[in-house]
Structures are given as structure tokens and as C-alpha cells.
Design a protein around this ligand. Sequence first.
Ligand code: PLP
Length: 291
Amino acid sequence: MDNLQPVMAYVNTAFVPFDDAKVHIEDRGFQFADGVYEVVACFGGAFLDLKPHLQRLQRSCEAINVPLPKPLPELEALVQEAYDLNPFSDAMVYLQVTRGVAPRSHLVSYNLTPTLVITVRDLPLPSKEKIKAGLKGITLQDIRWKHCEIKSIALLASVMGKQEAGRRGVDEAFWLDEVGHVLEGCATNILAIIDGALVTHPLDHQVLGGITRDMAIAVAKEAGIKVEEREWKLDEAGLTEILMSSTTNAVMPICEMNGKPVGDGLPGEVGQKIRTLMITKIDGLRPNPSL
Ligand SMILES: Cc1ncc(COP(=O)(O)O)c(C=O)c1O
């Protein structure tokens, strides 16, 4: 698809033209950010880890006590249909679920019909220059809530962090806990290479369990790279590389943090190996690798 504008979106019960896709002003997503979401990538028409993404959506819904709007197989079929109606070569599919529409009140009855919106956008891949030169990051004190394991649509802190990153001319801002452990980015997980091992914060309430983080860990293990899920700090001895992971980036090297080079300031060997293995798996999904 050459035109990069989405054509159709799913809203509650049906696909509608994208420009007519609307939800009510009393939708609790709009009023309270009372909802959760998911982003899945599709490469050349093949989804990467669709099931794990939908299972995470189910966990997010359960965590906030919102019924999953449809059973997982139906959601899967809708995601496929959404893509078929907006067949970008590489696409990202957003699913957003809110508690539904009700007169504005914090307290709400639990039998609302949840709102489901599915949109598809063109997936911009990282540029060759950025892959070669690496990205820049900054760290900020974590100002988010204490349930970061839920993929909540309440993203104000992340938006503010990303704005600050933009203002300072870098690609991503990463959150630190009160004692300086590196948690995750505004929309990414963060991993370090320390003494040759892939190190990343353990899964708890301070980080989202990234599907791409799982993939990075899996390919690292397959390649014989030691993996440690533990707390870590930027000034740890033996830290040579930093990577960030997300559905839209696979893993990308972070070569500068807070204005200082990471390691020798170039993408490192271990990170490049992990990225290459991941991209090979992604390319292997494409029914037509020339896409
Ligand atoms: C806060 C946060 N952490 C991590 C991630 C990466 O998750 P995934 O790899 O599933 O895209 C995201 C993605 O949006 C995110 O928002």
C-alpha cells in the first residue's frame, strides 16, 4: 500500500472509514484514561508474536477489571481483518480497550460494555543511519505510577518524558528508581551488556513485560549469551553496551547516555549480534522477503 494513510478502523462493532471513526465524549478512556492498549507489528503481512500481545492485553484487562471485549480468537481475526483493510508493507496495529461509556464519575458500575478500537498504521523502521550510529538517551527520575506492568493508556508521564527527550535532542528518556536503578524507557525496555552478559531489570511493577524484551532474551540465550534479569545501574563496572527494545524497534543500540558515550560510543558487538538474530527471525516471517 503506497498511500500511508489508514483507510478503515474498527470501533466497537464494525469497521468504519478512518476519518469517521469516533467514540463518545463520555468514554472513560477520554475522561479518565480508564483503559489499556496493545501494539503489534506486522511485517510483510505476517504478525510478530500476535498471540503473546493479545495475551498481554487480556492480562492488562484483568488487572483493571475490564472484561476482554471479545474472546482471543475473535480478537485475532479482527486484527487480521484490520490489517487486510489497511495492508501496509510493514504495519503496527493498535488495540485499545476502555471500560466503556458512562456518565462521568470515578465510581462506576462494573457491567459496562467495554469500548474496543483497532487502528492500523504504517510502521516506520529505524533508519540505516541510526542503526549504524546508535541512538541517544537521557535518564529521568521515574514519575510514573506503581503498576507499570499494566499496559495502561494513562501515558502522561511517558509523554512528558518523551517531550523532554525531544527538547534535549535525544531519542528516548529512561526512568531511574530512587536509588538509580535503570528501569525502562518511555515506550521501550532497556538492556545492558555487562561483562558480556545481557542484563535487564526483572519483571515487576516498575516495568512493562515487553514482548520484544522476551524475544531479545530468547535469542541471546539461543546464541549462548548469558542473561541476567536483575537491577543494574549506569555506572556499573563492565558495562560496555546499552540496548533498547520495543515492538517498533526490535533492539536498537543506545550509544550516548546523558551526553556521555556508552562504551566506545559505537554499537557494540553483542548488541549487534542480538539485533541481527532478531531481524533474521523477523525477515523469516515475511512471506515475500522482498517487501
Ligand atoms: C513503558 C514501555 N515499556 C516497554 C515497552 C516495549 O514493549 P514491547 O516490546 O511489547 O513493544 C513499551 C512499548 O510500548 C512501553 O510503552
